[in-house]
Design a protein around this ligand. Structure first.
Ligand code: URP
Ligand code: ZN
Ligand code: ZN
Ligand code: ZN
Length: 468
């Protein structure tokens, strides 16, 4: 066979193995693995490089409505460009419903925003804000069958928080349709109570964001979400877990035989609440929910990754500009942490941070890195084995890494639309230099070569992990 491309001389790693071999690519798929593959229209020299499955970031927010006067920094073009430079070949943003909206219309709107605007492949989770009979009885089951096989529910946030009754109803639909529920677990009333009390005491600086949603808020909601899932007998994914106590709720549920999955994110490994202390609102750069905690929580999150309590490592990329009246420093945001939009950018830095802090420092193996950043995302969200691994027959979604390249993370290296990175100054070893989606380079040797619209929408199967 003559291949379109052969990636030659690299070290290939999957979630289970590491081996030296060449990768033969034909019509967007991996067609052969081995030595001496023969002819190709193009030979890519990967000597000294790692050849990894492209990262799949299954938790990103793009072009999401974020409240009056607030605008997300990234649209699909800038977010997927940034993703590609960060070694990712696919992202899973949310199509967010607001109360009263038709889910079907919401999905159509997101397709309008994304179609022809992506550099890497995309698929959508749904966010269910309106758990009415109309939505849960008809629209949601139909959408699951159409390939939108996962949805997120929120236990907090004005306009998004669902009651326990609504959570139970959503989980029932998930059980009946085979979809996977993602849960944002924080106690809404407790956060409102604490926020009001802090404001009455004049404690409005960004450092009080963390005080307004302490660990107990997250632990309690995690416990409650798990209990509700147990009552319905349905697997759930607890997203963005920030600390040991919430993690232990998941571990305990697992020991009791429940299918409760967990995700953590870079902010819980390398940031702390101290970052929100910054003077002159600098702390706003780190405001996200759940908030970064303390050093002990970082240790706990590493243990969760090592022990498999967390099967996913996602960015929770939720980009707002900092010095911008539509971003972190919006006029109301300057008056109280309450009005600082929650969320931080991270789609481009997720992989280098985990690679350097995890693989480089001996906390996880290269194969665990691949599992946590690509393979498990594909398995969890109905994309495997088309995506998430390097094997004959899979999509040729590949990131080529220089494992020895040293970089200091800095905004000047980023390719999204935010004006800062919360990871400024972190030194890493290991960097994705080229990214290929379905056999075509999007980023090559640090340069954008893909065309806008080269990324496709991908319809998903039901997750095997969602089976009750
Ligand atoms: O603060 C965060 N994480 N914002 C993004 C929305 C979410 O809850 O994931
Ligand atoms: Zn579309
Ligand atoms: Zn969330
Ligand atoms: Zn999120």
């Amino acid at each position: 066979m003559t291949f379109d491309t052969i990636i030659r001389g690299g070290t290939v790693a999957t979630a289970s193995d590491t081996f030296s071999c060449d990768v033969g690519i034909k019509t967007g798929k991996i067609a052969a693995l081995g030595a001496d593959l023969g002819e190709a229209a193009e030979i890519v020299d990967a000597t000294g490089m790692l050849v990894l499955p492209g990262g799949i970031d299954s938790h990103v927010h793009i072009s999401q409505p974020s409240g009056p006067g607030i605008v997300m920094a990234d649209d699909f073009a800038s977010a997927t460009r940034s993703a590609a430079f960060g070694g990712n070949t696919m992202v899973l943003p949310f199509a967010m419903q607001q109360k009263g909206e038709s889910l079907r219309e919401v999905v159509k709107d997101y397709h309008k925003k994304a179609d022809g605007q992506c550099y890497v492949d995309v698929s959508f989770h749904l966010i269910i804000a309106d758990a009415s009979e109309r939505v849960l009885g008809q629209e949601l089951p139909a959408l699951v069958n159409d390939g939108y096989t996962s949805f997120k529910v929120f236990m907090t946030y004005e306009g998004l928080a669902l009651s326990d009754m609504e959570m139970l109803n959503v989980m029932t639909v998930a059980r009946e349709t085979g979809a996977l529920v993602m849960v944002h677990a924080e106690n809404y009333d407790a956060i409102r109570f604490l926020t009001d009390r802090l404001e009455r005491a004049g404690k409005t600086e960004t450092k009080y964001h963390g005080t307004s949603r302490p660990i107990a808020v997250e632990r309690e909601a995690t416990h409650r979400a798990i209990s509700l899932a147990e009552i319905i007998d349905v697997p759930i994914m607890i997203v963005h877990v920030s600390n040991r106590q919430a993690m232990e709720e998941i571990a305990r549920a697992r020991r009791r035989g429940l299918k409760i999955y967990g995700e953590t994110c870079p902010q819980y490994l390398v940031l702390t609440e101290k970052d929100m202390d910054g003077l002159n609102m600098e702390g706003a750069k780190y405001v996200c929910s759940p908030p970064p905690r303390d050093k002990e929580s970082q240790v706990a999150c590493w243990e969760g990754l090592q022990q498999g309590i967390f099967s996913l490592f996602s960015s929770d990329h939720c980009p707002f500009r900092y010095d911008d009246p539509q971003g972190k420093l919006n006029p109301k945001g300057r008056t109280s942490f309450r009005w600082v939009p929650n969320g931080i950018p991270g789609v481009e830095t997720r992989l280098p941070i985990l690679f350097s802090e995890g693989v480089g420092k001996g906390r996880i193996s290269l194969n665990e890195f691949v599992a946590l950043t690509a393979t498990n995302h594909a398995k969890t969200y109905g994309l495997y084995p088309k995506k998430g691994t390097i094997a004959v027959g899979t999509d040729a979604d590949i990131a080529i890494w220089d494992p020895n390249r040293k970089e200091t993370i800095s905004q000047s290296l980023m390719h999204g639309n935010t004006d800062y990175t919360p990871y400024e100054g972190i030194e890493v070893t290991g960097w994705p230099v080229s990214t290929m989606v379905r056999g075509k380079f999007v980023v090559r040797d640090g340069k954008l070569v893909g065309k806008l619209g080269g990324g496709d929408y991908v319809s998903r199967e039901k997750s095997k992990l969602a089976v009750p």
